[in-house]
Write a protein that binds this ligand. Structure first.
Ligand SMILES: [Zn+2]
Ligand SMILES: [Zn+2]
Length: 273
């Protein structure tokens, strides 16, 4: 299983980091987790495209994680010539969100149906609202969902994907909690959105101070990885985004609490598990 960090950015615009998303390639089964800014471009860079997707999993409805879902839906629709259905799983609320996306796309859908004889109807999606504890299969990948903690964003989910004896925990934006522990326990890779508390605390901006209470710090993520025996810790969605010459410092802080491999994500960093 390849875990490709297709977007390692955050809501803050960054020329080198797309918005949050991760692509899991388990053989021919491609699963996208979240759909942040630029995701379709990064999927192309990862050797995938929306019509290859067996499913999209959404962790929560914060805009940075879903703002390019409309691009995934439209590109899936057009490239599959309207023949394929895109399964989308997410927390309660995802069905209404997708329905509204489709409403927003109505002009485009109308133009393309009018212009292309091969397109006779709009995008086909199969949306499933997932509750914590639910498990389901996507192709030969087993997916388990658990509740995460990112209040006031509710509900939020993390996912564990298992295939061929390998496991990946993609937990999204969350503070340490029981759900993350369950998903990441003994995982081959645990991918965690992180902030640097020490650096964010020094930014004199009230909206930056607000993010301190609903994200894991680097040290939090390292402690979680150690506590649950994750084999690798991959840091993504980093705030503030580190420059390359700062990676060492980020890793060193995590390494004080965790002995396993620590990966700082760049867009298209690929972790083979
Ligand atoms: Zn969020
Ligand atoms: Zn986020």
């Amino acid at each position: 299983m390849d875990v490709v960090l297709t977007g390692t950015g955050s809501p803050l615009p960054d020329a080198d980091r797309a918005g949050p998303s991760t692509l899991v390639k388990a053989g021919d089964t491609h699963i996208l987790v979240d759909a942040g800014r630029g995701v379709v471009m990064r999927m192309a860079g990862a050797g995938s495209l929306p019509p290859f997707l067996a499913a999209v999993l959404i962790t929560h409805l914060h805009s940075d994680h879903v703002c390019a879902l409309n691009d995934v839906i439209t590109t899936h629709w057009v490239m599959s010539q309207g023949n394929a259905t895109l399964p989308i799983y997410g927390p309660p609320g995802i069905a209404r969100f997708v329905e509204r996306q489709l409403h927003a796309l109505e002009p485009d859908i109308g133009y393309r149906i009018e212009h292309h004889d091969v397109l006779t109807e709009g995008p086909k999606v199969a949306v499933a609202e997932v509750e914590p504890g639910d498990g389901f299969g996507v192709g030969d990948v087993t997916v388990t969902a658990a509740a995460t903690e990112h209040a006031p964003v509710r509900p939020t989910l993390g996912f564990r994907l298992e295939h061929g004896g390998a496991s990946a925990a993609l937990v999204g934006d969350t503070i340490p909690c029981e759900g993350v522990d369950d998903l990441a326990r003994d995982a081959d890779v645990y991918v965690q959105s992180v902030i640097r508390r020490d650096l964010v605390e020094a930014i004199p901006h009230p909206m930056m101070q607000d993010i301190l209470d609903y994200h894991s710090g680097v040290v939090d993520a390292a402690r979680t990885a150690a506590r649950v025996g994750a084999r690798r810790l991959a840091l993504t969605h980093m705030v503030p985004a580190p420059a390359r010459d700062q990676y060492h410092d980020w890793v060193a802080r995590a390494a004080e609490h965790y002995d396993g491999e620590i990966i700082i994500g760049d867009d298209l960093t690929t972790i083979a598990v």
